[in-house]
Ligand binder design. Structure first.
Ligand code: ATR
Length: 268
């Protein structure tokens, strides 16, 4: 039997993870199977147990289960504990262990693929849900000059920001007059074709800024607006591939090359 992995989420049919991991496995000469499993929203733990019983030895976790996966794990990495969310399960080394590769995936995409160095830069994260929670610890660790979390429900932004020294949580209205070198959309607004209520991008985005949407494979209203404002934009395709590569190396002890897979993903 092949070593068996899966991505567990709901919905999960659209997930590119099975394709990405199959590409990594082929490139690295690794013999494995990677499935996609849709868990009922009220049965994440039971779904993982059934997968384990069927020989599953590792899994990625996606929406809406990342926080539940953190609670499910008996132990977790420092970065998963900082995020209070897990996207990578290791199931064959004793009790379930969790890690979070989203933050490092975003940072590697920014720094290696997009040539954007975070230290000393002014960074705005929009959103304070699971997606933001997964990346704020890694952004903070890169020593930006300023890290601000803005959210429609500002209390959630303040609670998240309070866990990371020097980080500010606020409403969108409170951003008026501020300028950033990097604005990351970590809200789910784009999935509904919506836009967070931002102040005018002409002032919010400093000259040379990068507008980044963690959503992959669609042109969100935020990216369209940023392009219209004349700044560089990126969707989350690179983050998706980089977080997958980190999970792969945790499971297999081999780091796959991400460039060819990212290029193929972008070609569609
Ligand atoms: P995820 O795990 O994808 O982050 P989530 O935990 O449901 O999902 O969080 C969704 C995030 O997108 C939240 O920050 C949410 O703002 P609220 O906390 O105020 O709900 C944000 N969001 C969703 N739709 C939005 C919209 N139309 N405008 C602004 N923010 C939106």
């Amino acid at each position: 039997m092949h070593d068996r992995y899966a991505v567990i989420g709901n919905p999960v049919a659209h997930s590119k993870s099975p394709w990405i991991h199959a590409e990594f496995a082929r490139a690295c000469g690794q013999d494995l199977q990677y499935l996609s499993i849709e868990a009922p929203v009220d049965a994440f733990g039971a779904t993982v147990e059934a997968f384990r019983a069927a020989g599953g030895i590792g899994a990625n976790v996606t929406l809406p289960f990342k926080q539940e996966a953190f609670r499910y794990c008996a132990a977790a990495s420092q970065r998963a504990r900082a995020a209070q969310a897990v996207n990578t399960l290791v199931l064959d080394r004793g009790a379930p262990w969790g890690d979070n590769t989203d933050g490092v995936g975003l940072v590697r995409d920014l720094e290696n693929n997009l040539g954007f160095a975070l230290p000393g830069r002014r960074v705005l994260v929009m959103g304070a849900g699971g997606a933001a929670q997964g990346v704020v610890p890694s952004l903070h660790a890169q020593d930006p000059e300023r890290l601000v979390v803005a959210n429609r429900t500002p209390d959630k932004a303040r609670t998240l920001a309070a866990r990371f020294e020097g980080t500010i949580g606020c409403s969108y209205a409170e951003l008026t007059g501020a300028a950033f070198d990097l604005v990351i959309n970590a809200t789910s607004a784009g999935l509904a074709g919506e836009l967070p209520p931002l102040p005018p991008l002409q002032t919010l985005l400093a000259p040379g800024a990068l507008a980044y949407d963690m959503v992959y494979g669609r042109d969100t209203p935020f990216l369209a607006l940023a392009r219209g404002a004349g700044v560089r934009t990126s969707d989350g395709a690179g983050m998706l591939v980089e977080q997958a590569a980190e999970s792969f190396s945790i499971w297999r002890g081999v780091r796959p090359d991400t460039q060819a897979v990212l290029a193929a993903l972008r070609r569609g």
